[in-house]
Every structure is written in C-alpha cells, then in structure tokens.
Design a protein around this ligand. Structure first.
Ligand code: AMP
Ligand code: GLY
Length: 439
C-alpha cells in the first residue's frame, strides 16, 4: 500500500524508519519530512495544515493510508476534512477525528471526560476571565505548588507550576486577562499538584479494542538532574522498571479501559494513538494529560522495541481489526538522547553545519540517528534548523549497555553550541532498578 506520513520531527523520522521496514508498504510519502526521512520515502513539500494540498496529494499519489504524527492537523480536523470528500473518504486514517482530538485540544474537556468516567486524575476547577475572582479564591484554598493549565494547545508551554499563592494569582491574571498563551488561555484549569514519578503510556486503538505499546520515561527539563525550564523532551528510556505487571494492570483497569469505553459511549470512533501521561503516586496511577498522538522523543525509543510489522498494526488500527491482535516486543532496552541547539528552549541559532553524521549509516545495528530540526545544506552537508535537532537512540541488553551505545554515537556528532543531557537514565540506575530484559 501507499502510505502518507504527516509531520517533520524526530517522531516522524522514527515512524518512517519503521514503516519502511515493512513489505506491506509499497511507497512511503512524507509531508513535509526532514533530511532523515528523505532517504526512506518521497518528500512532499506541504504544510501539515494544508488540508487541500494533502487531499490533492492523496489523489495524485494514490494513497491508501494516512498516518498523522503531530496533534495540530488532528485537532484542526484533517480526518473530518478528508472524509467529507468522496475521493479521499475511504483512505485508511490513523489518528482521531476532531471529536476525539479534543482530548488533547481542550484540557477542560479532558478533565470533564475523566471525571465523568471515574478516571483518576488531579482535583481541578476551570475558570474564564468572567470568574477570575472565584479563580483567585480557589487558588487561596489550595496548598502550593499550584498547577495552572491553559485549556487549549500552547506548543507544549501552557502548563505552569507555581511555587506559591502570589505567583499562581499573578499567572492566572496573565493567562486570563493578558492572553499569555493567546486564545489557548482564555480558559484555565487549576489543579492539584501530584507528587510522584512520571510515565508515558502509549495505547494503539481501533476505537473498540486496543494494544499497549512499550512504555517510556521522558526527561522533560533542559538541565541535568531535572533542572531548568521544561522542553519537548531531552531523552527517553524504555522499558521503565516501575511499570511492572501489577502497576500496568492498574493502569489498564483504572485508566486505559475506562478511557476507551468512555470514548465509545460518547459516540467517538477513536482510531489512532493515545498517549497517556501518568503520574505514579505511591504506586497508584493518575492521568496528568492525554495526547492524541505518540510522544516525542519517546517514539524514538519505543518503536525500535516493536518487533511486529508496524504497518500491519497501523492498518488494524485504521480498519478496526485489532481484536485478538498480539503485539510482539523486543526484549532489549532502548534509550534516546536529544541533541539540541544551545539556548533551546529559549532563543537559539540555526544553520550550523553538523559534523560526524554519516548519512549512509543512520542505523548501525546498535544505534540510530533520528533527524528532527535539520535541513540539507548546499554542498550536501546537514545543517541545524530548529531547537531539537537530532535524537540518538541506542539499544542494549541492559540500561547501562543501551546508554553506552547511545552516548558513543552522540559523542561522534558535533556542531557549534550543541547541547544535550548526559544523565538520561541515571535516575533509574541510581534507584538500583536496573532495567534489564523484561519478558
Ligand atoms: P503537560 O504539558 O500537560 O505535559 O504538562 C507538563 C508537565 O507538567 C508534565 O509532564 C508534568 O511534569 C507537569 N505536571 C502537569 N500537571 C501536573 C500535576 N497535576 N502535578 C504535577 N505535575 C504536573
Ligand atoms: N515528550 C512529551 C510529548 O511528546 O508531549
């Protein structure tokens, strides 16, 4: 089948790498892709929200299945748009329609959804500028730290963890009155702070049945030992030792099953990935957020662990045949380190030549280079073109071995003012919970 993949980050490079391995894929197209995906599929120069352009490309290239990486086209209704046109109506589509994507598109909606279906999450209340005073009173009644969340999409920046009441009150005013995050913060969810260890759980569903993909731990802060501002993710590890059978059973019973059943009972035919950000609080799972896509950089660590034919999984999600499907997982440990531009997540420079990239050997058997913010330079060299530039994934029989393969590759690559964390996975090693092979 001909497959069109939408997106241009490290997650999409990992998708392309996995899709290209399947003999069910005749031709892969990536829109708009990056220099890493260009060796795996045909690049289509289209914006991810150019719905008309995507529709035309689907017809011209005889696309059989579309796979969407990022949330934005989903929240804006790409699936609904294509299903409204007779030429593109029957194309298989991996990703929810607008009705399902609102789980990520509106924090207020997702909190109401969890409360309706009894899914454990932090206590919360939602406010708009018309009830700012109630919001301020609500803040006074909470124990700090206090979590403020812009209701809508805010490029991963819409969550503020405020250390005290004064800061929370100030930020609530900034969000509601000064439109700190634009329209996205016209509603603000204020919620209880949950203490614990975070885990990223990935569900592949056809709206009826589901499979849980290998879980991952993400390293969100820019600085080592989890210091400094939040980023899109500086690294990932899979598997996660505390996500053992008994914890994952709780996740399935209390969170995944009620979520899938809840979507169904709301009449939402959700066929796609659902990424559930979970807090493990004293051994009990709570939902921090839903995302209607895979995580980045978690995907770069998780996909190499999938042994099954990935295109078959995607097809089953899209054509509702996941019942009785068994996903096969590789036993090794996989770790990803994200190499970023100096200055990220604030301002940074682009256009730096990257040294040490052997474009012919992206995957050398123990490590893989996934591109994100890169572009091809005039003389065939690769230049930095974003804050998150590369994701390096290594694998090994133990966490230590995976990390050593990852950093060995990282250390071969360099550009002016490159930055990355040296401590990915170290918290797990320190806990003495060495992530060796899991069945
Ligand atoms: P989000 O953008 O929703 O992923 O939130 C960003 C990060 O803020 C999460 O990954 C958590 O580390 C943190 N966070 C969000 N909500 C809470 C909460 N209720 N308690 C503690 N930390 C939170
Ligand atoms: N790594 C977190 C995310 O993709 O949202």
């Amino acid at each position: 089948m001909n497959i069109l993949l939408i997106g241009s980050g490290g997650r999409e490079h990992a998708f392309a790498w996995k899709i290209a391995q399947s003999n069910r894929c005749t031709q892969l197209f990536v829109a708009p892709g990056n220099p890493g995906t260009s060796g795996l599929g045909k690049t289509l120069q289209l914006s991810i929200t150019d719905f008309e352009g995507i529709k035309t490309a689907c017809i011209q290239q005889k696309i059989d299945m579309i796979v969407v990486g990022p949330e934005e086209p989903l929240v804006k209704g790409l699936k609904d748009f294509l299903q409204d046109h007779k030429e593109t109506k029957s194309i298989l589509f991996v990703g929810p329609g607008k009705d399902g994507a609102i789980l990520e598109g509106s924090k207020d909606f997702s909190k109401d959804f969890m409360s309706k279906f009894g899914i454990p999450t932090a206590a919360y209340q939602t406010f708009t500028k018309d009830d700012l005073n109630e919001g301020l009173k609500f803040i006074s009644a909470q124990d700090p730290p206090i979590v403020l969340k812009a209701d809508g999409l805010a490029a991963g920046k819409g969550v503020l963890i405020c250390a005290n009441h004064e800061e929370a009150k100030f930020q609530l005013g900034e969000m509601l009155l000064q439109e700190k995050f634009g329209e996205a913060s016209s509603k603000v969810v204020i919620e209880e702070f949950l203490t614990g260890i975070e885990l990223s759980v990935f569900v592949a569903t056809d709206g009826e049945d589901y499979v849980i993909l290998p879980e991952a731990k993400d390293y969100k802060r820019i600085g080592e030992e989890d210091t400094g501002p939040n980023t899109g993710g500086m690294g990932a590890v899979s598997p996660v030792p505390f996500a053992d059978e008994s914890f994952m059973k709780k996740v399935q019973e209390r969170i995944v099953r009620p979520t899938i059943d809840g979507l169904k009972s709301e009449g939402i035919d959700y066929r796609g990935f659902l990424f559930i950000g979970i807090m493990n609080k004293d051994g009990d799972p709570y939902v921090i957020e839903y995302n209607v896509r895979m995580g980045d950089p978690e995907t770069q660590a998780v996909l190499p662990r999938i042994k099954s034919d990935f295109v078959e999984l995607l097809e089953r999600m899209a054509n509702k045949t996941l019942k009785d499907y068994k996903l096969l997982v590789n036993g090794f440990v996989s770790t990803t380190v994200v190499m970023v531009a100096g200055g990220y997540p604030d301002s940074y420079e682009k256009g730096k030549p990257i040294e040490g990239l052997d474009s012919a050997v992206q995957d050398d058997g123990v490590s893989i280079v996934f591109h994100a913010g890169t572009k091809a330079g005039a003389q065939g060299q690769v230049l930095t073109n974003g804050g998150r530039v590369l994701g390096i994934t290594g694998q090994g029989a133990t966490l230590q071995a995976a990390l050593s393969n990852t950093y060995e590759r990282v250390d071969k690559i360099h550009w002016e003012s490159v930055n990355f964390r040296r401590d990915i996975g170290q918290d797990i090693l320190k806990l003495g919970l060495e992530a060796s092979q899991k069945p």
